[in-house]
Design a protein around this ligand. Structure first.
Ligand code: ATP
Length: 233
């Protein structure tokens, strides 16, 4: 069963197309990096996959479920880390995770919350309100929120945002250890090569190239990437 089976996704914002017929197939446990210049459609594609935005046309199955017919069934099984952290600023770090754990109907909530906070180095910030945490600390917490219910599919939009070097390495470790299928949008080509099994290059709302990272080096990837980012006057 595929984790993602997207066919012919089209998304118009008004009359402007952000996706012009995107196909994407991701196997269970496979990690895919979405690359492409600003405005290529990466965030839009991730939002459609996360069932946050409905496509104008196309078909989408996630984890064997028709995501356009049953978005709430899908949402319970995917983890999303987007530009928006989906954290409550006036609640503490621990309260946020507790709340999400309860929403997901998880057991052993206190143990789970403590383990997650420890995993991302936030134990000493457990009782701080999110609004008082630094950008990188909030991103670490948002990552734990996305992973709390052990999703089989992770959708990550520029997850390195705000993370220091150890934080970026930790993110990669956690994502690898999760065993989940991953679709990750990033501009960090080197990190994409290290973390992903496959890169998918988007330009102007379409997939223009895909390659297995085992068969790709950084210089070649840079060259291919360059073809997607023509210099505009
Ligand atoms: P970046 O690398 O800059 O994050 P991206 O590849 O994630 O870019 P998107 O954010 O998906 O690109 O945007 C794709 C196109 O859709 C852009 O031209 C953008 O202006 C447009 N777009 C995105 N969201 C909206 C919206 N809510 N309303 C109108 N147009 C939008």
């Amino acid at each position: 069963m595929l984790a993602v089976d997207a066919r012919g996704l089209v998304k118009f914002y008004g009359t402007a197309p952000a996706l012009r017929g995107c196909d994407l197939a991701v196997a269970a446990g496979e990690r895919v990096a979405l690359l492409g210049p600003n405005g290529a459609g990466k965030t839009t594609l991730l939002k459609v996959l996360a069932t946050l935005v409905r496509p104008s046309s196309g078909a989408l199955r996630l984890l064997g479920i028709d995501a356009l017919r049953s978005p709430s069934l899908v949402r319970a099984r995917i983890g999303v880390l987007a530009h928006e952290t989906y954290l409550y600023r006036d609640l503490t770090a621990a309260e946020n995770l507790r709340l999400y754990a309860q929403l997901y109907g998880l057991d052993a909530v206190e143990e789970r919350v403590a383990a997650m906070l420890a995993r991302v180095g936030l134990t000493d910030r457990a009782h701080y309100r999110v609004g008082t945490l630094s950008r990188g600390q909030q991103q670490r917490l948002a990552l734990t929120r996305a992973l709390l219910h052990t999703p089989a599919l992770l959708l990550l939009d520029e997850p390195d945002t705000g993370l220091d070097e150890p934080g970026q390495a930790l993110l990669a470790d956690i994502v690898r250890a999760s065993g989940a299928a991953v679709v990750l949008a990033t501009h960090a080509l080197e990190r994409a090569l290290a973390l992903a099994d496959r890169v998918v290059l988007l330009a102007e709302g379409r997939v223009i190239h895909t390659a297995r990272t085992a068969e790709l080096d950084l210089a070649t990837l840079r060259e291919v990437y360059g073809t997607a980012a023509p210099v505009r006057a």
